[in-house]
Design a protein around this ligand. Structure first.
Ligand SMILES: N[C@@H](CCC(=O)N[C@@H](CS)C(=O)NCC(=O)O)C(=O)O
Length: 324
């Protein structure tokens, strides 16, 4: 993984997100908001915005799944990056099934979007990116912001108006999101990218404490915040879908598989089987994308797991709770 320094791409495996062997995520730098109302700097509109994503990436997946469940595919276009080693950063093209060329700007590399937005940009070139086609700039490259916009700002352009961040649950959602971010979403990288035993063990312990907590909570409730699916569930599911295919093995999160947790297994199937979700989960891109990076020096790509998506499609027991 390289980076941009003053708008120029550097291929070296600069340890930009490592400090003394610990993985430290850098904050996203583009944080504008798309809002309703014609006088907004970035007004919600159909056909104006574009998503640059990867099917591998759990952060990008949040935005992919929101675009799908909110049925915004015709309002917001999308380019899917190649899941490869990223010596040149994320690239676009259609030589891997499921990836796409960039039909909007014709970018071959994601860093072109960053440099077009800010000529002297320095930092990580990450997906997801929400791009404004009209002013040709990045609106926002922080998934937690982007899904809040997709949740509400584009409601005039869809008939799928379900609110995943309802005002009465916001305090609960924010608190659980924080726990899930530190104990799972980001902790898997703390385990997987660690360069010291101690840093790895801290990540591993946080992960399994969080999964044990979730397994217990989901024994009493269909979703994290009751019978209604909320943003927290989308944050959580992003990591769960990647757990057995990648985190268990490549990131050494191997106390047990996700499949060994009965509630988490059934919960994940419940989410996978909701309309609009299955088509956003591409296990081949997940395996290819993680295993082709420097975390796996041999570059050998595992063939498994076998029948993972069939496993996700099996019947679940979550209807023992009320409403979906
Ligand atoms: N805070 C960002 C994190 C996004 C992120 O870390 N994306 C990774 C992929 S999973 C990335 O694109 N890293 C740069 C690279 O791999 O070249 C968000 O949630 O949107």
């Amino acid at each position: 993984m390289g980076q941009l320094i003053d708008g120029r791409w550097h291929t070296d495996k600069a340890a930009i997100e490592l400090e003394k062997g610990r993985f430290v995520r850098r904050p996203s730098q583009f944080r504008h908001l798309v809002e309703q109302g014609a006088d907004a700097r970035f007004p919600a509109a159909a056909g104006r915005y574009h998503l640059y994503v990867s099917l591998q990436c759990p952060w990008a997946w949040r935005t992919i799944v929101y675009r799908s469940i909110k049925r915004l595919q015709s309002a917001i276009s999308m380019s899917v990056a190649i899941p490869d080693g990223r010596h040149e950063g994320w690239r676009f093209g259609n030589w891997v099934e499921g990836a796409t060329a960039d039909h909007v700007e014709g970018f071959t590399h994601l860093y072109q979007a960053y440099v077009t937005s800010q000529a002297d940009y320095t930092g990580v070139v990450s997906v997801p990116v929400l791009w404004d086609k009209q002013t040709r700039q990045i609106v926002n490259n922080e998934s937690s912001n982007i899904i809040r916009m997709l949740n509400g700002a584009f409601d005039a352009f869809t008939d799928a108006k379900e609110d995943y961040y309802p005002s009465e649950l916001r305090a609960d959602i924010d608190a659980k999101n924080h726990r899930i971010y530190t104990g799972l979403n980001n902790a898997v990288y703390r385990a997987g990218a660690a360069e010291t035993q101690e840093a790895y063990e801290k990540g591993y312990t946080a992960i399994f404490d969080t999964l044990d907590w979730a397994e217990d909570l989901l024994d009493r409730s269909r979703f994290f915040n009751g019978d209604r699916i909320t943003e927290t569930d989308w944050h959580f599911a992003a990591s769960l879908f990647r757990f057995d295919p990648v985190y268990y093995s490549l990131f050494r999160c191997n106390r047990q598989r996700l499949a060994d947790f009965p509630n988490l297994s059934n919960y994940l199937r419940d989410i996978y089987q909701r309309p609009g979700v299955a088509e956003t989960v591409n296990v081949r891109h997940i395996v290819l994308g993680y295993y082709s990076q420097s975390w796996n020096p041999s570059g050998i790509i595992p063939l498994g797991p076998r029948d993972y998506q069939e496993w996700l499609a099996r019947p679940h027991d979550r209807e023992r709770f009320s409403a979906a």
